[in-house]
Design a protein around this ligand. Structure first.
Ligand SMILES: Cc1cc2nc3c(=O)[nH]c(=O)nc-3n(C[C@H](O)[C@H](O)[C@H](O)COP(=O)(O)OP(=O)(O)OC[C@H]3O[C@@H](n4cnc5c(N)ncnc54)[C@H](O)[C@@H]3O)c2cc1C
Length: 315
């Protein structure tokens, strides 16, 4: 069985920042990546609101720098997905997909969040063949085509604006007539001649054949009328859900939406288990906030270990 002093679940901004603080306090620090090394930020083509960079960088560049910083400091990474934490064991036993078990004296959960889906059968059918959740990853394939982005938050607007670089036309389909996105993003989209808004509308069906998506059917939520729009790509951007399934049934308490319940110091209901970032924050899903929370969680984890009998800092 492998061992860590502080085991961190997730290698996004929260996990990496926690790792920097944990390893610099002298603890053997192991970060488990899960399926998305670098987390959600690697999907951002232009990160302009992370302090310290004069010009925008891609999310990938920022996360690569964080990973290199972690590695230089001695943080270890492993491509493992956590399926369960034995929270009553001391040290904790972290179970990974595939059967690997790792003991840890403290755990920081920084497992972020994942894309929410529309819930249409056709969405699964056409995923990767016209349905995408990442304009940065897939936008290039839609050069000269018509696509839609479904959603009304900042991410949806960012995706739509990015897609105008490749596509001839981008519809923004949104169920209400008001947007959660910042006014600045909405104004940019309104000023872009390639973007057309379909408000008070939901995607009723995604249509196509073996070759991929050919149209969507949109339902007007007021008069219930249906309208078919010819297009080649559907980018779903309707929000995220916390990746905390591996904690269900444990003593770590979750909110009704599945976020880890933490106190002001990022402690969970289980002493020695901390949480930070999007998985524990229902309201502010931003990289700098996740990074700050990761730092807080690690400071608390270090304090927890240093205060425990036999838990003093490693030499
Ligand atoms: C398209 C897009 C654009 C964005 N643009 C911006 C922006 O411009 N500015 C900004 O500040 N924020 C932006 N964000 C939001 C930002 O990316 C997130 O707030 C931030 O990444 C959250 O960091 P995190 O570390 O909490 O979680 P995440 O980045 O989600 O990382 C979670 C990590 O946990 C891992 N994980 C999950 N489950 C497990 C498991 N069971 N076992 C092991 N590992 C697991 C994942 O693989 C991943 O490595 C954007 C997000 C998206 C999707």
């Amino acid at each position: 069985m492998s061992e860590a002093d502080i085991l961190i679940v997730g290698s996004g901004p929260a996990g990496c920042t926690a790792a920097i603080y944990a390893v610099r306090a002298g603890f053997k620090t192991l970060v488990l990546n899960g399926e998305a090394h670098g987390g959600q930020l690697v999907r951002t083509h232009e990160l302009e609101n992370f302090p310290g960079f004069i010009l925008p960088l891609s999310g990938y560049e920022v996360m690569e720098a964080m990973h290199k910083q972690c590695a230089r400091l001695g943080v270890q990474f492993a491509a493992e997905t956590v399926v369960k934490i034995e929270e009553h064991a001391k040290p904790f036993v972290v179970h990974c997909e595939g059967g690997r078990q790792i003991t840890a004296r403290a755990v920081i959960v920084a497992s972020g969040s994942a894309q929410m889906w529309l819930g249409l059968e056709s969405e699964k059918q056409f995923f990767g063949r016209g349905v995408s959740t990442c304009a940065t990853c897939d936008g290039f394939f839609y050069r000269g085509k018509t696509v839609c982005v479904v959603g009304g938050g900042n991410k949806a607007f960012e995706e739509a604006l990015f897609l105008t670089k490749f596509c001839d036309k981008v519809y923004i389909v949104h169920r209400r007539d008001a947007f959660r996105a910042d006014k600045a993003e909405v104004d940019k989209a309104r000023a872009n001649p390639k973007i057309e808004f379909m408000i008070n509308s939901v995607v009723h069906a995604i249509n196509g054949d073996d070759k991929g998506v050919s149209s969507i059917t949109v339902r007007d939520i007021n008069d219930k009328s249906l309208r078919e729009i010819a297009l080649s790509g559907v980018f779903v951007s309707i929000g995220t859900t916390p990746q905390t399934d591996f904690l269900k049934g444990s003593s770590v308490k979750l909110t009704a939406r599945g976020h880890v319940l933490v106190d002001a110091k990022n402690h969970t209901a289980v002493p020695g288990i901390f949480a930070a970032g999007d998985c524990a924050d229902e309201y502010h899903n931003q990289a700098v906030i996740a990074a700050g929370a990761g730092a807080k969680a690690a400071i608390e984890a270090v304090k927890y270990l240093n205060e425990r009998p036999g838990g003093a800092k490693q030499p």
